[in-house]
Design a protein around this ligand. Structure first.
Ligand code: UDP
Length: 359
């Protein structure tokens, strides 16, 4: 079985780190294509180096363009590669422009698509990610869904009537979290470097367009983080897009901003934090994996099971709501009573499923 996998953004490297390793272990032939969407050393190379992701066979170097130009250029280049490589499947992850371009190129030349992290919905059509994931799901043949909620979302959209297989696989991000936690403890010294102690700081990230592209929201979020920082120090590894906006808007903040970090440092920062404040999809779950509460800087989330069961709290981008929730939960003890994401078995499940059904 030959698979061409399209990756390009940070969360996709983290997912590929476990899935590509599993494919090698199980003898599945995989060719990696890096679109170039994320390209900085600490947004791309560091993940390949630290997590042992195989070197991509192709690097398209497409980045820093508008949505249309980026997706269009990727579409053209990925099509060329697929025509040359003639794989049995194209594999895409998640919801970025690289995901959509890979899927669209593949569908037009009738190469079946595997979508890992299928079926997630925010029901907010202003998010580029929501558009990417809905379109990708619709043209995919095998939909590996991380959660029961994802399966129900697809059923509600009529996927039972389409020629696609919906399979609940668990979430490969839990595999990554569990696999690299021990490595991180041995190899990362970020806590010493930043002089941080377990449970004594808040870890924050901000990068979603709805926050970075809205001046009022971004200013309110920083004001909210400043409030929290008066009580508990806030550490913010800042995405390059947000960093650029903070400079343009001349936002002053008391929180400690650092460059984006690699996965091992991030794992240490998350697993030792008091709690997490973020608009990241992946980090909301990592907080849960490492038994930390999460305050989500969005009006909605795809990971509704975390909100419904009291692990995650939606704050939108209101200054007062963020700090109010922080005050309410800062003294609470985190008790995990659920296993929503498969417990670290997703990548092996996916590889076995493909071999048993198509090997
Ligand atoms: N992450 C990282 N370094 C950072 C910030 C985030 O390694 O400085 C990791 C984080 O632990 C998670 C992933 O990047 O695994 C989330 O990616 P991102 O927030 O960019 O995307 P999303 O999950 O929102 O799609």
């Amino acid at each position: 079985m030959k698979i061409v996998t399209i990756i390009g953004a940070r969360p996709q490297f983290i997912k590929a780190a476990v899935v590509s390793k599993m494919f090698i272990r199980k003898g599945i032939d995989e060719i990696l294509v890096h679109t170039g969407q994320h390209f900085d050393k600490n947004m791309s190379d560091i993940f390949f180096d630290e997590m042992g992701i195989p070197k991509p066979s192709y690097n398209l170097n497409i980045s820093g363009l508008s949505h249309g130009a980026m997706t269009g250029q990727m579409l053209e280049k990925v099509e060329e590669i697929l025509l040359k490589e003639k794989p049995d499947f194209t594999l895409v992850y998640g919801d970025t422009n690289s995901t959509l371009a890979g899927a669209l190129a593949s569908s037009k030349i009738h190469i079946p698509i595997i979508h890992i992290e299928a079926g997630l919905r925010s029901f907010n059509m202003r998010m580029p990610e929501e558009i990417n994931r809905i379109l990708t799901d619709r043209i995919s043949s095998i939909l590996f869904c991380p959660t029961q909620t994802a399966i129900s979302n697809l059923k509600k959209e009529g996927f039972e009537n389409f020629q696609a297989r919906m399979v609940q696989s668990g979430d490969v991000m839990e595999d990554s979290a569990l696999m690299f936690e021990k490595v991180a403890r041995n190899r990362s010294n970020i806590l010493d470097i930043l002089n941080l102690r377990t449970d004594q700081y808040v870890l924050a990230t901000i990068h979603r367009a709805e926050n970075t592209d809205n001046d009022q929201n971004l200013k309110a979020l920083f004001a909210g983080l400043d409030e929290i920082n008066k009580l508990t120090p806030v550490i913010l590894p800042l995405h390059p897009r947000t960093s650029a906006r903070v400079n343009q808007l001349n936002i002053h903040t008391s929180v400690q901003i650092i460059e984006p970090v690699g996965y091992l440092d991030m794992t240490m920062l998350t697993s030792n934090s008091k709690l997490v404040v973020t608009d990241s999809g992946g980090l909301q779950k990592e907080a849960f994996f490492f038994n930390r509460f999460c305050i989500t800087l969005r009006e909605e989330t795809e990971w509704v099971e975390l909100v419904d069961n009291g692990y995650n709290f939606l704050a939108g981008s209101h200054k007062t709501k963020v700090s109010k929730i922080f005050m309410e939960i800062k003294g609470k003890t985190f008790k995990k009573a659920h296993n929503f994401y498969g417990g670290g078995t997703a990548s092996e499940f996916i590889a076995n499923y493909l071999l048993e059904n198509y090997g």
